[in-house]
Design a protein around this ligand. Structure first.
Ligand code: GCU
Length: 367
């Protein structure tokens, strides 16, 4: 890829090559998921925790809003978080649903609201439903309080978490799974057409959610950077990219303690992030980068995207849509293969109207 020695996604731990989609699904995928859990994101909260939904619907011209309170029961009590869902009136069901993991508290109640980050009215006008939850209801983005909502339903609050237990990013990904539990039951939506989307820190969570939970038909990591789409072994990528030690130091509540063992020793990781993207196969992986987003190392995101293609190729879906695997591609253009989508927006870190235009025009739910 760039002269570095990256782990080969198509080699089993016992050294045998992976040559078929069945071998990938049955043998290699579980190995990689276990490695990412043990070393990078941590063990998640249980997906099977009993969950109930309480729905309040409000009608607007052409749009129904549903406020869904999702209550989860754990051994130490139960707690709820809110999912907001907007469903446009369409002939038949919406074209699909975008589920956003939101760490900015930026999705309000009105269907007419719009921002570059969450252009609700534009998404609805394009015929898609839009759902969002605030990460604060799952694990507040704060090193002192991140355990307070959902994590301590499953862990003793007065004791340190086990070293290999997931922290906030793992919990946010788990929250996307619980939101998906609800979306699967909503009669107004097509359960086979749900994309999970997140920007930056939420992009890391969206990719991890989509890697694990095969109910997501498409997975969008926007400017997800370090421990998202960016290859860890690139270090700072020569341009100030965020390293494993930098992210662990600045955000000690995002990842398990086990990840710190790789501070300054990325090459000792049993995985790298192209294998996270490969875990989404054969579903659609969508990577959005920004040319001026030095912290996220857009070249490292691009290289991970292209290095996931051999796994897609097992499903005969290895076309990345790019004319060449050479960095840099043209900016502000959507590249699309049958199951892989990529763009490099010009400009700085952000989820903007230009990114959303590419996602909405990207026909993410068909090959
Ligand atoms: C910081 C952090 C990144 C993260 C970003 C964000 O810059 O270092 O890893 O992606 O915040 O969430 O905006």
């Amino acid at each position: 890829m760039d002269g570095e020695d990256y782990p080969n996604p198509l080699r089993l731990k016992n050294g045998d090559p992976v040559t078929t989609a069945a071998q990938w699904q049955e043998r290699r995928r579980p190995e990689l998921l276990a490695d990412f859990r043990r070393n990078v994101y941590g063990r998640g909260l249980p997906d099977s925790a009993p969950t109930t939904f309480e729905v309040t619907s409000t009608a607007f011209p052409g749009v129904t809003r549903k406020n869904v309170e999702i209550t989860v029961a754990g051994p130490r009590g139960s707690a709820g978080f809110d999912l907001t869902l907007f469903v446009p009136e369409t002939d038949g069901k919406p074209r699909g649903t975008f589920l956003m993991i939101d760490h900015r508290g930026s999705v309000g109640d009105g269907p007419g609201q719009s921002s570059g980050y969450a252009p609700v009215s534009t998404i609805l006008a394009a015929g898609y439903a839009f759902a969002a939850f605030d990460v604060d209801g799952i694990a507040p983005d704060d090193s002192r309080t991140y355990r307070s909502e959902m994590i301590d339903l499953f862990h003793a609050p007065d004791r340190p978490l086990p070293d290999d237990a997931g922290r906030a990013v793992s919990a946010w990904a788990w929250g996307a799974g619980r939101a998906m539990d609800y979306l699967q039951t909503d009669p107004d939506l097509d359960p086979a057409r749900v994309a999970v989307i997140g920007h930056s820190r939420s992009g890391k969570a969206a990719l991890w959610a989509g890697a694990q939970d095969t109910r997501f038909a498409a997975v969008v990591g926007n400017n997800s950077g370090s421990t998202g789409a960016k290859l860890a072994r690139r270090g700072d990528g020569g341009g100030g990219g965020e390293t494993v030690s930098a992210i662990n130091a600045a955000f000690p509540h995002w990842f398990p303690k086990t990840y710190r063992a790789f501070n300054g020793r990325e090459s000792a990781l049993p995985v790298d992030q192209h294998e996270l993207l490969a875990l989404i196969a054969p579903r659609r992986v969508v990577i959005g980068s920004a040319s001026g987003d030095a912290t996220a190392d857009p070249e490292g995101e691009f290289l991970a995207y292209t290095a996931a293609a051999p796994v897609y190729e097992l499903f005969e879906l290895g076309d990345t849509g790019l004319p060449s695997a050479k960095w840099p591609p043209r900016t502000d253009r959507a590249f699309r293969g049958p199951a892989m989508s990529y763009h490099l927006r010009s400009g700085s870190h952000g989820l903007t109207a230009a990114d959303w235009k590419i996602y909405l025009d990207g026909d993410l739910f068909s090959r």
